[in-house]
Write a protein that binds this ligand. Structure first.
Ligand SMILES: Cc1ncc(COP(=O)(O)O)c(C=O)c1O
Length: 322
């Protein structure tokens, strides 16, 4: 339901129903269309608000989360922000476990929302702003330890079905309604794969001819079956080099696209300058992949992408020159 037409019981009801915008200024030269789903307009400024709400509501319903029990999860910041919001509203303590490699404004925002934030040192050789699969493994270890110690509920964004279901029932159905199903391709930068997996399943059910393409960092395109030659990249929120993602059903994958750091940075800057859309690195990766696809196919395709989070989350990085 339109979230602006009536009084909502809480900010959790303000999650989702985001606009879909045609990026006509960017596609003017290459033809075709790119439709961008503006997920940074969610209350926590990312698409992970949808996941957080779903994980919490599912767990309360099936009894795996008891009233008042602490909630914990590893996060690159966005799921954590969503969980901090959901926990504030539903009355749970939230503990976010995050790599020191993620941008510090995310930790500040989670703390502002009442969360405890545990920052985990990066692996030897990793650099701030570059979070690798190895860094994530260290965060996972610490999360497992704290989950036991605190008898907390682990809102596992890689395992629990809510991370796919919220996109299958929400994001994807909204896109199908907004476009009337009239688009040719969908491409998405994958972290847990929840967005890609949930959307691809819904799109294929409606129209198997919609091409669903996974976007990965150059040098860490493991889902495409390539060897990892550059595990450390700048596209925060995904590209962790994990080969087995529950959310990805290979039958729904039509292909793989790679982008490098520079493509993602230029993509985000282009989005801001030409379309007035202030978004993060992974939005830059998605727009770079979609523009490449349009240039390569030259067939006037209509491509749907998601803008995962806000550019405000990267003010401390050089994505936006001072
Ligand atoms: C900024 C950003 N982009 C992309 C992703 C990947 O989304 P998904 O986990 O749905 O694959 C995430 C996930 O945390 C993210 O925070």
């Amino acid at each position: 339901m339109d979230r602006t037409s009536h009084i909502l019981p809480s900010v959790l009801d303000a999650i989702g129903h985001t606009p879909l915008v045609s990026l006509d200024r960017l596609t003017k030269e290459c033809g075709g269309k790119i439709y961008a789903k503006l997920e940074y307009l969610n209350p926590g400024f990312s698409r992970k608000d949808r996941v957080a709400r779903q994980l919490m509501l599912d767990a309360l319903q099936d009894g795996s989360l008891r009233p008042g029990q602490p909630v914990i999860e590893l996060t690159s910041g966005n799921t954590g922000t969503g969980l901090a919001i959901a926990c504030a509203v539903l009355g749970h303590k939230f503990i976010a476990v995050m790599s020191k490699g993620n941008s510090p404004e995310r930790a500040r925002m989670m703390r502002a929302l009442g969360a405890d934030v545990v920052l985990v040192d990066q692996a030897r050789g990793s650099a701030a702003g570059h979070v690798s699969g190895e860094d994530l493994a260290l965060v996972e270890q610490e999360t497992q330890r704290l989950t036991k110690e605190l008898s907390a509920f682990r809102a596992d964004q890689f395992i629990l079905p809510g991370h796919i279901d919220c996109h299958y029932h929400g994001t994807a159905q909204e896109i199908l309604a907004q476009t009337n199903g009239a688009f040719d391709a969908f491409c998405d930068f994958v972290g847990s794969g929840g967005t890609f997996g949930g959307c691809a399943r819904a799109f294929k059910e409606v129209n198997p001819r919609i091409q669903c393409l996974i976007v990965e960092p150059e040098g860490a395109a493991v889902l495409a079956g390539q060897p990892t030659t550059r595990p450390s990249h700048r596209i925060q929120g995904g590209g962790y080099g994990m080969r087995d993602l529950r959310a990805i059903d290979k039958r729904h994958v039509d292909g793989y696209l790679t982008v490098n750091d520079q493509d993602a940075v230029e993509g985000a800057r282009l989005l801001a300058r030409k379309e007035g859309i202030f978004a993060g690195f992974s939005a830059g990766a998605n727009i770079a992949a979609a523009l490449n696809l349009l240039r390569r196919t030259g067939s006037g395709q209509r491509i749907v992408i998601v803008i995962p989070d806000s550019g405000l989350k990267y003010l401390s990085t050089d994505l936006w020159p001072a």
